[in-house]
Design a protein. Structure first.
Lengths: 126, 126
């Protein structure tokens, strides 16, 4: 993927979108190795900035993301992973990490716009 | 927006999604001021990392983005702007910046998956 523009940390922004419904599920980061592993396996791999390691989505939860398509934006510093998924992509129990909206009329308060689809305590054995 | 986690440069990733069709149009960056201006005006404002200035999308092209909803992700370091748009959001003439896909079976080659919707030379008077 030599044509991609990685940032100073060797990362590129990756938006994960449900290929069927079009919902944005999460945003994560990929380095060259994560992209290569994703291409080789057909399963989404990312770079965890907090853990500083390659992260195969679903290794713990079982909610692996099968990558249907990789899209690249105009300036080549961002990708979309179009994926097929089962239930529960977000680690706190929602299908999408974007389960809240900002209530702009009351400052920075947020409102829930989705309901959980699984119990993360069960999945992650906290 | 005190609850948001800005990065070391005071920025947060912003995914722009067509509220009607669900297509991801672009990914950009916002600082606190860009978010405030977006909330106050209802039009998408970003921080341009290359020009180092606030950027009202559509000031030149006329393709302003009306923000319907602001979503926040689980760890609060990313937002989705659900917007209503007219034709031609990408500066090179496409409706979405993601107009190419990676042909994984032939390395890093890309294929066009969309057709231009306007002539950027006309709009930007290059």
């Amino acid at each position: 993927m030599e044509k991609l523009k990685f940032d100073a940390n060797g990362l590129i922004t990756a938006v994960v979108q449900d290929d069927a419904g079009g919902g944005v599920l999460m945003v994560a980061w990929m380095n060259a190795k994560a992209i290569r592993l994703t291409q080789e396996t057909g399963e989404a791999h990312f770079w965890s900035r907090s853990r500083e390691e390659i992260w195969r989505k679903g290794s713990t939860s079982g909610n692996v993301m099968k990558v249907v398509k990789l899209l690249v934006d105009c300036d080549q510093d961002c990708m979309i992973l179009k994926v097929t998924v089962d239930a529960g992509q977000c680690h706190v129990g929602y299908q999408s990490c974007f389960y809240r909206k900002v209530l702009t009329d009351v400052g920075d308060k947020m409102a829930f716009i989705s309901k959980p689809v699984y119990d993360p305590d069960e999945v992650y054995k906290k």
